[in-house]
Design a protein around this ligand. Structure first.
Ligand code: PLP
Length: 394
């Protein structure tokens, strides 16, 4: 592979890697670019991509990913909270940003000043944006059946009246959110579509017209996108599976790696870890890894999870501690202190993906990603170019 990274930049990246703990997640920025392209290829005429980068880009790092979102390919960035939007603005991100979550009155001027589109999630937020004395861009969230956020059918008439009475408000979009679009056998998405279409008609009849967006990753990967409507895609951008059954996975961006810190041979019958939940049944090579549940390696993976060593699976044995994990490498040859261990991602020909970890602990890939804590440095790779982000160093 051609490396156009200046030698000084490369060696300073290596210095940075040498200074941080050997546990980090690598984020493949080129794969992010390719995932954006793969999603764009699925969109019908006139549809645009809104990249969902809430929760620090599902744990991947919102700022670095936002920098990759070029205006010719990504129309807008969506986050959940104003603080998340402000983090992006402070980092110099100039793309349009929408805050999906509810805003408090005192947050409205901050959003206005920073050209952030406010998701109007209900009558309370509508009241707050109408009371604001200045120009504002908003997007109306309609509840098409999820029963969570959004304006209800019964609230639409009053909504339209308030908007018409407040010319300072610009309605950039009307949107809704699907509850079950990841299930290809579901019928609820069609129900929600019909309900949303009817509500949009009501708004049009009341003089409120705007672009629409409704599809999340599941609906987008199922091809349920109307021409000219935008899509809000999160999980598919990160290369995790968007469907409950089927294979629509793009390229995973995250690879979580560590190194063996301590390796010891224990005799048969020896306890490992808190609570003595594991005892060796033979002479065993037990390796200790400098990573734990405080880093987001879930404690429910105790005696259940696997990691990769030399491209082979090794079981987690004993309890996951706050800062340490123990694995059994007896069946893997020539293992040594300092060898790379992969907790999530690929090594050699083997892969442990977020869905595998999620199913072991009864959750979804989203939570596996989000749980990788701020204590774990993020190392961004694009070819040979490496950037290290750690909360402990600048
Ligand atoms: C999180 C979120 C999305 C993205 O969902 P994915 O399943 O990750 O694609 C889209 N819209 C809203 C309102 C969301 O909260």
């Amino acid at each position: 592979m051609k490396d156009d990274t200046p030698t000084a930049a490369r060696s300073s990246a290596n210095d940075a890697l040498a200074r941080i703990r050997p546990t980090w997640v690598e984020i493949d920025l080129a794969a992010f670019d390719r995932n954006i392209d793969a999603i764009l290829r699925r969109l019908p005429e006139g549809s645009r991509l809104i990249a969902v980068l809430k929760a620090d880009g599902y744990g991947h790092g919102a700022v670095e990913l936002a920098r990759r979102c070029k205006p010719d390919r990504v129309a807008m960035i969506a986050v959940a909270q104003l603080e998340e939007a402000m983090e992006l603005r402070s980092a110099g991100i100039s793309l349009p940003i929408i805050v999906l979550g509810p805003l408090e009155s005192a947050q409205i001027p901050v959003a206005a000043q920073n050209e952030i589109v406010i998701g109007v999630t209900g009558p309370e937020v509508l009241q707050r944006v109408c009371s604001f004395d200045g120009e504002l861009h908003i997007a109306l969230k309609l509840d098409s059946g999820m029963g969570r956020m959004g304006l209800m059918e019964s609230e639409l008439r009053r909504t339209a009246e308030m908007i018409r009475a407040t010319p300072r408000l610009h309605v950039d979009a009307i949107y809704t959110h699907f509850a079950n679009s990841g299930d290809p056998r579901d019928g609820f998405t069609a129900t929600q579509n019909a309900s949303f279409d009817a509500m949009v008609q009501t708004m049009r009849a009341a003089g409120i017209n705007a672009r629409l967006h409704r599809a999340n990753s599941g609906a987008t990967m199922r091809g349920l996108v109307n021409p000219g409507e935008d899509v809000r895609v999160g999980i598919a951008l990160y290369g995790a599976e968007a469907l409950d059954v089927g294979n629509s996975r793009l390229e995973p961006l995250m690879r979580w790696r560590t190194e063996i810190a301590r390796l010891k041979r224990l005799p048969a019958g020896h306890a490992v870890g808190y609570g003595e939940t594991f005892h060796t049944t033979r002479d065993s090579d037990i390796a200790t890894l400098p990573v734990g549940y405080a880093d987001g390696y879930n404690r429910l993976l105790s005696n259940r999870g696997h990691v990769l060593v030399h491209g082979r699976r090794a079981p987690v044995v004993g309890r996951v501690s706050m800062d340490l994990v123990t694995i059994d490498v007896t069946d893997i040859e020539r293992v040594a202190v300092g060898d790379e261990v992969v907790l999530l991602g690929s090594q050699g020909g083997e892969t442990i993906n977020a869905e595998e970890i999620a199913s072991l602990i009864g959750t979804i890939s989203y939570e596996v990603f989000c749980n990788v804590s701020a204590r774990v440095p993020r190392v961004y790779r694009q070819g040979e170019r490496v950037t290290v982000h750690s909360r402990f160093t600048s």
